[in-house]
Design a protein around this ligand. Sequence first.
Ligand code: HEM
Ligand code: HEM
Length: 185
Amino acid sequence: MTNDVARYDRVQIILHWLIAAIIFLMIGLGLFMVELPKQSELPPGEESVRAFYFLLHKSMGLTVAMLIILRVFWRLTHKAPALPDSIEKWQQRAAGVVHGLLYLVMVAMPLSGYAQSMFSKYDTKFWGITLPRIAEADSAMRETFTELHECLAFLFIALIVIHLAAAIKHHMAGTGISERMSLKR
Ligand code: HEM
Ligand code: HEM
């Protein structure tokens, strides 16, 4: 029953898992680095590692943004395989809404992060290369986008939990849905 389920194409499957892995790392890194002490909060002689992790987060975030652009482009030009009729209509609609929101937040996360970085007084670097400034430092704007980035992060976590719970439920019920995102034939 599960072998004949229609699957996503290889590009969509590879991008799904690659992006998911980086997003898990990004969320972990983001939550970890904001708790690190600033240089001004440390005793003299101790060096803060906060800037190192912030730069890593920004570079990884801009890298995953490129993969996300590629994925959205691929998805707009390649349809999702039709779900089997055995899946109730309301569940098909719910999956569509959650997937749509996941795409929206996937795009909004790097955008809000990049905006808050542009409005901060620090340079935005991409793996060591300083990116040109497209906005003057503005602490009110930086604060707004930092809060937006944080709210979106918590919305993202909630959506991923729902998505993961649905994937586990389908896997355990043997509906074949989890095979749709699997490279194993
Ligand atoms: C999919 C991509 C991204 C994810 C999942 C992500 C996730 C997160 C998370 C979970 C936090 C911690 C939020 C908090 O508790 O305050 C955070 C903070 C932050 N992110 Fe991202 N982020 C992404 C992309 C980016 C990008 C592209 C940049 C900049 C170029 C960026 C810059 C920042 C900065 C500077 C902070 C610290 C904000 C502060 O000072 O409190 N992020 N991010
Ligand atoms: C950051 C984490 C993740 C994100 C952002 C994400 C995002 C998405 C999106 C947007 C889709 C819809 C694909 C489309 O129609 O274009 C999808 C499908 C899917 N995802 Fe994820 N995903 C994540 C993690 C996971 C995990 C951890 C699992 C399983 C353990 C999983 C299993 C699946 C499956 C089975 C489908 C196919 C659903 C169907 O056939 O309709 N995903 N994912």
